[in-house]
Write a new protein. Structure first.
Length: 191
């Protein structure tokens, strides 16, 4: 189904091309052609540069992720280890259902792209670290290791699972990958 909103169409096409060719290997002209714009000026009306397009795409992806995962984030003083593990599992589900979007954010973040650094990608890990820190102080069976390190270990596991997984997976396979992710994250965090 064709996307009628030109801006949304550009973002959709850009994500596909960035995923296939990489950010550097994708030109604005390639995006223009794939999005069905006849002139460069028609594309540049919506995004004056590849950087601004990338920043808008990054923000759009984070907003979609926040809609999916935000409701799982209880207030830090009320959240449990189960809540942290649920978030890890659902992050894996979201990433496996949106692998191109996840890979785009992962690559942009790790290449220190300014828009990625400024976009607030740390919201989920920061929340999980704060919950684990609180649980440690309360004597919960959480490893006596820096909570940020524990969260980074789980995040690294999730990243690896998503980035290296097949592009197309069945719902059952996604559920199984996510369940295994949860089990492994629990093994990392719990004593």
């Amino acid at each position: 189904m064709a996307i009628s909103d030109p801006r949304a169409r550009i973002l959709d096409v850009a994500l596909t091309l960035f995923d296939q060719r990489g950010y550097v290997g994708t030109s604005m002209d390639a995006i223009r052609k794939a999005a069905g714009f006849r002139t460069k000026s028609s594309l540049y009306t919506h995004f004056p540069s590849k950087e601004s397009l990338s920043a808008a795409l990054f923000q759009k992806i984070l907003e979609e992720e926040a809609i999916a995962l935000g409701p799982l984030m209880k207030p830090v003083d009320q959240a449990s280890l189960e809540d942290v593990l649920n978030l890890a599992e659902q992050l894996a589900v979201w990433g496996l259902m949106h692998p191109a979007a996840y890979r785009f954010c992962f690559i942009q973040w790790h290449q220190d792209v300014p828009a990625a650094q400024a976009a607030g990608l740390e919201m989920l890990p920061r929340w999980a670290s704060r919950v684990l820190e609180r649980l440690q102080k309360e004597g919960s069976p959480i490893r006596a290791i820096d909570p940020e390190f524990l969260v980074n270990a789980c995040q690294g596991l999730i990243n690896q699972i998503i980035v290296s997984s097949p592009s197309q997976m069945s719902v059952a396979a996604i559920a199984e990958y996510a369940r295994r992710t949860r089990v492994l994250c629990e093994a990392i965090v719990r004593t």
